[in-house]
Each structure stands twice: as C-alpha cells, then as structure tokens.
Design a protein around this ligand. Sequence first.
Ligand code: CP3
Length: 321
Amino acid sequence: MRQAGRYLPEYRDLRQQAGGFLDLCDNPDFATEVTLQPIRRYGFDGSILFSDILTIPRALGQDLAFAAGEGPVLGALPDLAAMTDRLNSGEMAGVLHPAYGAVSQIRSELPDATTLIGFAGAPWTLATYMIEGGSSKAYAATKAMAYGAPERFSALMALLVASVAQHLVAQIRAGADAVMIFDSWAGSLDRDAQLAWSAAPLRAIVERIRQSEPQTPIILFPRKAMFAARALAGIDPHVTLQVDYANDLKAAASLDFAAVQGNLDPGRLLSGQAEVAEATRSVLAQVDRDRSHVFNLGHGIFKETDPDAVHWVLDAIRSQA
Ligand code: CP3
C-alpha cells in the first residue's frame, strides 16, 4: 500500500532527481529502484510494483498530471471509440510498456523468496477519476452517469474491464507473482451498485485473467464495500481479499477466499512504539492461527509516518511468528 511513498527520504530524493512522480513511473530503472528501496530497508515478504492506477486512463488517451500537493488532475474524458481503439490497437500497452520493463527488472533483482505484486485500479475507481477529472468526495458526476446514463456508463466500464485485465496479464507475463486490484472508492456505492459496479467488474476481470493465467494469486480490494466482498467470496480458489481498517477482519476471514489480507489503520503508525506494537497484535489476534492471513495496512501509509514505526510493526509480527 504505497509502501514506497513519501514517508521515505530515499524516495523523496529520487523523485526530485527524476523530476516528478510520473517520470519515476515511466523509467524502468527508477521504478525498479523505488520498488526495491523499502525491501532493502525492511525486508518485507512482498513487494509492490512502483506505478499508479492512473497510468491506464493516461494510456487510453486521457491527459494526466500530478500537481504538487493537489493530487491527480485529468483532462477531458476521451471519446469511447478512441479509447477502445487505443486498447485494441496495442497503443495502450505501448504506453504502459515501461511498467512491464520494470516488473521484469524488479523480479530479477528481488530475492527469490520475495513476492512481486503487480496491480491496477478497479473499473469503478478508475471511472471516478476519469469522469470527475481527479479526486472527489461525493462522485456526483460519476453517479449521475452510472444511474442516469447507464448505457454510456456500462460501455465505459466494459472498456475498463478489458483494459485492466490486459494490463494485469501483461504484468504477470513480465514476471509478477500476484496481482492486486484496488477498488478504493467502492464504499461510496449502495448495495445494488456495489454488486453491479464493484463486484461484477472485478469478477469479470478475474475470469479474463483466468483464460490465460489459471493459478496466479489475485488480491481484490473492494474498500469499505462488504456487499461486494461477500458477493466475490468463492469465485476462484486463488483469490485473496484485502480488508480495509474500518471493516471486520475476523468476519472477512470466515468468507471463502484463499486468504485475508490487512488491516492495520495506517494512522496507528503515527504513535509510539508500544502503541504501534499493541495495535499490530490486535490485528493479528483477529485471525485464527490456522487461517491464511497476509498482514498489511488497511490503506495507504501516511507521508508523515516515522520510518521507524514500520520496524515496530514488523518486530511485533515477527516476535509472534
Ligand atoms: O507502494 C507504492 O508506492 C506502490 C505503488 C502505488 C502508488 N499508487 C504510487 C503512488 C500504488 C499501489 C498506488 C495505488 C493508487 N493510486 C490508488 C489505490 C490505493 C489507494 O490509495 O486507495 C489510488 C486511488 C491512486 C491514485 C493516486 N495516486 C492518488 C490519489 C495519489 C495522491 C496524490 C497526492 O498528491 O496526494 C497518487 C500519487 C501516488 N501514487 C504517490 C505514490 C507513491 C505519491 C506521489 C508523490 O507525491 O511522490
């Protein structure tokens, strides 16, 4: 979860050297280095590709910039036919190619036992950025289209299902050991919409990946969206559920997924060592010892985090193992 983010001084140095965030993503050497930085520092079991979910909209032809301190800014939504053409002509894959180069390079430099996770944003979450033109609190324009122009919205979602599946398969072929799909804003949806716009597209992506990659582990993150999570239980033997920190990890562990992943509130890392250790143990205690549990944060790490706090989490986990 944004493990390579702004809380690490070595990341901030390299970003400055590269020029900006997207310059890091577009250069496989930089992306490899930033991916490896937290692995060197902490020796995590898993590593996540340094990239961003918004590289798909950009590769489909939508302008993207990260304004300092403002978050992502996207240009006008391109015409659906033009985006479809970019997907089917291989132009999208061409723009995303640096990420595939980075995956291969990272895989060859990582310790053999360290898992490399590729990723993409889920269709609903991508659609919110593409339609709102950036981050949003209420998703009014996206919901207006989803509920008021369902045919147009369905066509956009179908394009995103195909784009995300293609991007994840390409990462797996380049060497990713597992892939994670972030539906960060699924929790903005009501029950029926969670089923229609989070669970259904996620399931469709899993089915597409399975046409060529029958066993690669897939981690789904329908954030704050338990209706979607429950609907996804049992869809495939190698699908894991990432759980956000506001949700019930214990209840999630009883669902039919290969494993549960999560769910420490990253805000807990803003306290002292004793508090961080206690919060970590509290998460571990939610899941029975014989149930597969991948310890993780429940969302992205804060840029204000003291890098030592991550050591305190790891010490608390490893002292129980
Ligand atoms: O550990 C990692 O760094 C892995 C790579 C990664 C990034 N983004 C790098 C990044 C991953 C897995 C993501 C996912 C992502 N990106 C999500 C889903 C997860 C979540 O947080 O819900 C979303 C919604 C995005 C879109 C996005 N990218 C936002 C909203 C922002 C923040 C912009 C800001 O200024 O606050 C980004 C930028 C981003 N992506 C950064 C990183 C390290 C920070 C860039 C920087 O300032 O250097």
